[in-house]
Write a protein that binds this ligand. Structure first.
Ligand code: SF4
Length: 430
């Protein structure tokens, strides 16, 4: 038994219908009260009838009555409004600071043992990496799982919106700028997110818009601003890019970022910054108002096609300048990466857009996009699958990732709707 579980039991009134204090007075609960997570009594504004007398006040919950003394509540007038001391085990009488002895309710007499057993099952130490409630999950009704996932996907999107809100603030509320910076950041993947963001911030979108019909110029501008066009090159293509960049730089007083910021180590060659910058150049050149274009694209498959851009032909047999590869392949971003861009960058941006403007339809559009995409496949989702919970789309897989990372891992089962359903599964005879 834990105090957190006692709070939970009291909050949800998972107790017998007939309650009585330790001195035999019947207790009727009209209102359990508001759980207080700060200093002071555990529940405020409770409404009870004790021995037929109506009381409105606070409730303090402890594992044992003697915890009242251990926590020095007798010396604290903040507890003088306690109308009932709820304990798991009554081991001594206690007193308020004003001398009154409050009635005590010993909960262990009124809790069904199955409730405690259910809770214990969820809290059992892990012996493998399966979902802690894997055995019980199949008994949870589908509508409860669905409603839990619907709430969790929104929580997941909100937790991903930190970068969006930061960039929106930095851009002083410009959605186009935020979108351009954010997309750049996500083109960098985990490893090169920061240099990509710095590159976008160092390269004014208006300058790119001026060359939108000339992808090679945009590529020259971005690779030059990335600090990757410095030095001597053998091949014609980088020499041409270098010449283009120098002409643009002198006219626009451009300042490149440091080339050493880019990381190639431990990356798949197809994710090298050279390739990704070229692909990003093609995305930027295909739309000078990227945000407006994306906003007008409610279909996930069209967004995928838009993001699945292709590096310029030089990169078909290069990963670095002047180093030809034996095999030649078209370097597209790829469908999976394009889907991840929708999931991780565009959906949170669209959601925040709806939130900031108070337009619910954009928030719904963001969740709707996830529902159009296939679920991801990773070790965490395979654990849920093994427990009988297979996500139908990316909205559900994102929800399951949120559930795993923020609830299952920390055993926050008392805050989880699925956990609530499992704990509640007790015979009805009490
Ligand atoms: S948090 Fe929910 S889903 Fe995760 S183990 Fe606990 S009850 Fe199961």
């Amino acid at each position: 038994m834990t105090e957190a579980f006692l709070h939970y039991i009291w909050q949800h009134q998972m107790v017998a219908r007939t309650l009585a204090t330790t001195d035999g007075q019947p207790v009727a609960v009209h209102r359990a009260g508001d759980l207080n997570r700060d200093a002071g009594p555990d529940f405020f504004n409770s409404h009870l009838a004790i021995g037929g007398v109506e009381w409105v006040g606070n409730i303090e919950v402890h594992l044992r009555s003697s915890d009242w003394n251990a926590h020095r509540h007798t010396q604290d007038p903040a507890y003088n409004n306690v109308i009932l001391h709820v304990v798991y085990e009554h081991d001594c009488d206690i007193r308020l600071q004003n001398g009154i002895v409050p009635p005590t309710l010993e909960l262990r007499r009124f809790i069904h043992p199955a409730l405690v057993a259910n809770y214990d099952t969820l809290m059992e130490p892990a012996t493998d990496d399966s979902i802690p409630c894997a055995q019980r999950l199949p008994q949870v009704p589908g509508f409860i799982v669905d409603s839990a996932l619907e709430r969790l996907v929104v929580e997941r999107i909100e937790s991903k919106s930190k970068d969006v809100r930061r960039l929106l603030e930095e851009s002083r509320g410009s959605w186009e700028q935020t979108c351009y910076w954010l997309m750049a950041r996500y083109f960098g993947g985990k490893v090169n997110a920061l240099p990509f963001e710095l590159l976008a911030k160092a390269t004014d979108q208006r300058l790119l818009a001026r060359w939108k019909d000339n992808p090679q110029r945009i590529e020259a501008l971005l690779l030059g601003q990335a600090g990757l066009l410095e030095g001597y090159f053998e091949d014609d293509y980088p020499r041409q890019l270098q010449a283009d960049y120098e002409a643009l730089r002198d006219g626009a007083y451009l300042q490149p970022i440091d080339g050493y910021l880019w990381r190639f180590f431990r990356l798949r060659p197809s994710a090298f910054p050279t390739i990704r910058i070229s692909q990003f150049a093609h995305l930027v050149s295909s739309s000078s108002n990227l945000f407006s274009t994306l906003l007008d694209t409610p279909e996930a498959d069209r967004l995928e096609r838009l993001f699945d851009c292709q590096a310029s032909p030089y990169w078909e047999n290069h990963y670095h300048f002047d180093q030809p590869t034996s095999r030649s392949t078209v370097k597209r971003l790829g469908r999976m990466q394009a889907q991840l861009l929708v999931i991780n960058a565009w959906v949170p941006l669209l959601f925040v857009y709806g939130d900031v403007r108070g337009q619910q339809q954009y928030k719904e559009q963001a969740v709707g996009l996830l529902a159009q995409l296939p679920p991801e496949d990773n070790a965490i989702l395979r654990r849920f699958q093994a427990a009988g919970l297979t996500p139908a789309n990316a909205a559900q897989s994102q929800a399951l990732l949120q559930l795993h990372n923020n609830y299952c891992l920390n055993r926050q089962c008392l805050q989880c709707r699925i956990g609530h359903s499992i704990i509640k599964q007790i015979p009805k005879e009490l």
